[in-house]
Write a protein of this length. Structure first.
Length: 144
């Protein structure tokens, strides 16, 4: 389950990186260019990755014992709110007949999306640190 969560986080992060590049191109529309065709694909990928993410995280806390349940579930409530708000912003962009670089620049600047990305960075770091084996330092013997 942790791998699925990390994959979802990575999909959203890759989308955001693409959106930064798209915003810088000054395109009036997503029509007629390769980046234009890709912007909708990345946005749909982010929607797919975000849909149900808080629920998957809550199951992981309960089933895999990821940290203290009370603290983790409180954070997941924040993640749920930020996910819901970001999905609303992404979906309103996808509903537009033309997606300009300026529109994407405004989406990138959205406090909702930035809060979500910070949540995902935090979540990813916690999961990656839990999957690493503990480092045991060698203790020198008295004879050395």
């Amino acid at each position: 389950m942790q791998a699925e969560i990390l994959d979802r986080c990575e999909a959203v992060e890759e989308c955001y990186e693409f959106l930064l590049a798209y915003a810088a191109q000054g395109l009036p529309s997503d029509q007629g260019s390769k980046p234009g065709a890709q912007v909708r694909e990345f946005l749909h990928g982010a929607v797919k990755a975000l849909t149900g993410l808080p629920e998957v995280c809550a199951m992981a806390v309960k089933q895999e014992g990821l940290g203290p349940p009370g603290k983790c579930l409180a954070f997941i409530a924040v993640l749920e709110r930020d996910t819901r708000d970001s999905l609303a912003a992404i979906e309103v962009v996808l509903a537009q007949s033309a997606i300009s670089s300026q529109l994407i620049d405004n989406l990138n600047a959205s406090i909702h999306l930035r809060a979500l990305l910070t949540d995902l960075f935090l979540l990813g770091e916690i999961l990656r640190s839990q999957s690493k084996p503990a480092v045991v330092e060698a203790v020198p013997s008295d004879g050395d």
